[in-house]
Design a protein around this ligand. Sequence first.
Ligand code: ADP
Ligand code: NA
Length: 333
Amino acid sequence: GFTPRVFSGIQPSGGLTLGNYLGAMKRFVEMQNAGVYECIYCIVDLHAITVWQEPQALRRATRELCAGYIAVGIDPERSILFNQCQVAGHAQLAWIFNCVARLGWMQRMTQFKDKAGKNAQNASLGLFAYPTLMAADILLYHATHVPVGEDQKQHLELTRDIAAKFNHDYGVEFFPLPEPVIEGAATRVMSLRDGTKKMSKSDPSDMSRINLTDDADTIALKIRKARTDPDPLPESPEGLEGRPEARNLVNIYAALADKSVAEVLAEFGGKQFSEFKPALAELAVTHLSPISKRMAELMQDQAEIDRILARGADRAEEIAAPILRKTYEIVGL
Ligand code: ADP
Ligand code: NA
C-alpha cells in the first residue's frame, strides 16, 4: 500500500478565479483538514511558461498564488506548499515520462486542442507535453489522490496510463495509479459571458470571471452583467436542462453556500434573476472579501513568502529525491 498522499497544482499564469477556488482550492483545504492525507500543493510555474509569460509578471503571480493558497486556508506547516521549479525532479521525471507516453495518447488531449487553437503548429512543444509534466508532478511524490476541476479529468487518466505502462514495461509495482477527486457543486465553473466556455484566469475578458482579488462592487457588477436567459429560475434541477448560464449561477451559489442545487432551487425557484443575482453577489462577497484582504496583507511581506516557498521546496525534495533515484535505477540510468 501507498501512503495516502494528495498532490495538486495551480498555474501562476494570472490572478486566481472563482473557478480555481470552487473547483480546486476549496477541496485542497478540506483534504488538508481531513487529517488523513499528507498534502502537497504546488505553484506550477513550469506549466505556466508553456504559453508566453512576462518574467516580472510571472514572478509576481508566483508570490500572489502563494498568498492565495494561504489566504484560502492552506497552512504551510501542515501541508507542503512550494514552487515547482525549485524541485528539479519534476522536469527530470517528466523527461522519462516523455519516453513512456505514446504520441497517439498525447494527440488525444483536448486541452491542447483548446489552448493551441487554430494555429497549433505555432504552439510550444511544452504545451503539447504539458500532460507528461503533470504526470511527473503527481507521481514524483507517489501521490494517491489528486483534487482537480473537471477540465483535468483527461490528464489524470493519462497519468494513470503512464504509471501503468511504466510498471508494466519494467515489471515493477512502483508507481500508484492516482485517483482524481472531482467533487462539489461547481467542478466546472463556466465563463459569465459564455455558458459554453470554462471560467479561466487566461480568458482575455475580465468580465468573464470573478477574481479572488475583485472588490465588492466589481463582483456585484460582474454578476449583474452575467449572461442569463429571460425565464425565472426553475423549481427543480431538471429545469436547468438546456440553460447553461442559469445552471452555472445556481451551481456557484450552491458551492458557495455548501448546499445542494435542489436546496437552492427550493429557495429561489420561480424567482427572477433580478432577485437571484444580488443574493448571489452578496454571498460571493461574503466569501471572497476576507480572502482578498488576507492576500493583500500577505503580499506586504514578500521575503516571508519566499521563505515559506524555500522551506516547502526542501520538504518536497525530501520526498521526491528517493523516488527519483529509484526510478533512475529501475530504468537503468
Ligand atoms: P486556469 O484554467 O484558471 O488557468 P489552472 O489550469 O491553473 O487554472 O487550474 C488550477 C486548478 O483549478 C485545476 O484543478 C483546475 O481543474 C481548476 N479549475 C480551473 N478553472 C476551473 C473552472 N472554471 N471550474 C472548476 N475548476 C477549475
Ligand atoms: Na487549466
